[in-house]
Design a binder for this molecule. Structure first.
Ligand SMILES: Cc1ncc(COP(=O)(O)O)c(C=O)c1O
Length: 486
């Protein structure tokens, strides 16, 4: 069957879900879909949500999922081409993970890791993670999410430099357009102005250098290599201006995620790492999105030859089934912390839920699935297919300026006119309009409104046939919306 615009109708999804009708929800939960949505709007301050729009329209509430599919409480069936918030790498409803969580809960449930105490799952997990970790990383610190993972590393940067007698080395350089979290310190690192404005951020000692976004910032005729060299020079100029002995660390996502899905341009990290090494500045790789297979290798650091001194992972470590993060440091840093404890006493930092046994057991079951189903190499193979399909579908369209991405993460850059790189009027909010239409067509895609892009990061279990379905649905949606705004 053809749509009005002559496109094939998106293929029917396989009927893998059992549906509740609205009445059935009512019988099970004693509340209808509309009641739940209203109650949600009346009671919850949602993260990263327009509070006014939300108060008017309420929420879309998910009630179950299996594989790459979700169903909301109105019974609408969807492909989740974002894997939640770039995290559900093994897909929804995995019984193996539920069983592992249940066993860990019934065996003990909780025990802390302060004052030298521990639990079996966190020890087993640590050994496994350190074997997987890239480069020189050899010790792990557990927390509950990406923000507190990065926050912990920021504190360790300060603590480390104080211990080695360089207390002035406390400034941390991040990049505009990056995303590193929303705590007071990590929202400061995040290089998106809306996370600073009216929150009295960034805090002192956080600096931003320019973003690696070649599409937006390259000069006319500038090659990727030349652009990367310019970015490295700008970083060095900032370091010189501030004084290298005041800079403790530089933090970067291998592929910049929420700020636009921006892979590094050619030669970028090579040039940046040279500057960091020259000035003795620690390098923190934020692998919260890239870690655990999304780019077709275990870590983004392995894709782009990064040699980090520290690294944060979260999200896909448990495929989102349990809030959990793992931050890594090198042995060199560890030895300094150890010496510090000899001199000054305990390392006075940590969280009640650090190394939570249910989280660690969840991570172990999740890693089993990633390994047993070869999801890392599959991400490389299916990811290459995904990128190629997106490029092919929109190669001749003036409203798509580029397809960015690597492996199973991609973004479609929407523009009014490709040749002049003219963007849509910001008031149009083109990306949310497209993703709303995607939702109506049974597809969750993520709008990145600040840069008029639509992002995808499907679960790593997605097949090539399912990729076709994702691209079909996206194409139908985008072609039905764009003409009204050209
Ligand atoms: C690269 C990166 N770092 C850190 C974070 C913050 O993680 P969390 O939301 O778990 O605090 C995110 C979240 O999306 C992220 O994408």
């Amino acid at each position: 069957m053809l749509y009005r615009n002559g496109l094939a109708q998106p293929r029917r999804l396989r009927p893998v879900l059992i549906y509740f009708t609205t009445d059935e929800i009512s019988a099970n939960n004693s509340m209808t879909h509309t009641d739940l949505s209203r109650l949600d709007a009346d009671t919850i301050l949602h993260p990263s949500t327009n509070a006014d729009e939300f108060a008017k329209h309420g929420s879309r509430i998910m009630q179950k999922g299996e594989g790459i599919y979700l169903e909301d409480t109105s019974g609408h069936r969807l492909i989740d081409a974002v894997a939640g918030l770039w995290c559900v790498n093994v897909g929804y409803g995995r019984q193996e993970i539920a069983d592992a969580m249940s066993q860990a809960a019934s065996k003990m449930g909780y025990y802390h890791t302060f004052t030298g105490m521990s639990n079996v799952p966190q020890v087993e997990l640590a050994e496994r993670l350190i074997k997987l970790a890239p480069g020189r990383l050899s010790k792990v610190f557990f927390a509950s999410g990406g923000s507190d993972g990065n926050d912990s590393l920021m504190k360790i940067v300060w603590y480390y430099h104080n211990l080695i007698g360089k207390p002035e080395k406390r400034k941390i350089i991040s990049r505009w357009q990056s995303y590193h979290g929303t705590s007071i310190a990590t929202a400061s690192l995040t290089g998106l102005p809306s996370f600073h404005k009216d929150f009295n951020l960034p805090i002192a000692n956080v600096l931003h250098t320019e973003s690696p976004d070649y599409f937006r910032h390259a000069h006319d005729g500038e090659s990727e290599l030349a652009f990367s060299a310019r970015r490295a020079n700008e970083l060095e100029t900032l370091i010189d201006k501030e004084g290298a002995d005041t800079i403790g660390a530089f933090i970067a996502e291998p592929v910049l995620g929420a700020g636009g899905v921006v892979p590094p341009p050619e030669g970028y990290f090579e040039a940046i790492q040279k500057v960091l090494k020259k000035h003795n500045i620690l390098f923190i790789a934020d692998e919260v999105v890239c870690g655990f297979g999304r780019l077709g290798k275990w870590f983004g650091s392995q894709v782009y030859d990064l040699d980090p001194d520290m690294m944060t992972t979260a999200k896909a470590i448990t495929s989102g089934y349990f809030p959990f993060s793992a931050s890594f440091i090198t042995d060199e840093i560890w030895q300094v912390l150890r010496e510090g404890s000899r001199k000054h006493g305990s390392f006075a930092h940590g969280y009640t839920y650090a190394g939570h046994p249910i989280g660690a057991a969840t991570a172990m079951a999740n890693l089993d699935i990633i390994e047993n189903e070869n999801l890392v190499s599959r991400a490389a193979d299916v990811g290459a297919y995904f990128q190629a399909q997106l490029k092919q579908r929109f190669a001749n369209d003036d409203f798509v300026a580029e397809i960015r991405g690597h492996g199973m993460i991609a973004a479609v850059q929407l523009v009014k006119d490709k040749s002049s790189k003219t963007l849509f009027d910001p008031g149009v909010k083109i990306a949310p309009k497209v993703t709303t239409e995607c939702y109506n067509n049974g597809l969750i895609a993520r709008p990145l409104p600040s840069i008029d892009s639509v992002a995808f990061s499907p679960p790593l279990i997605t097949t090539k046939a399912q990729i076709d379905d994702i691209v079909d649905r996206f194409e139908t949606s985008v072609r039905s919306i764009i003409p009204s705004y050209l």
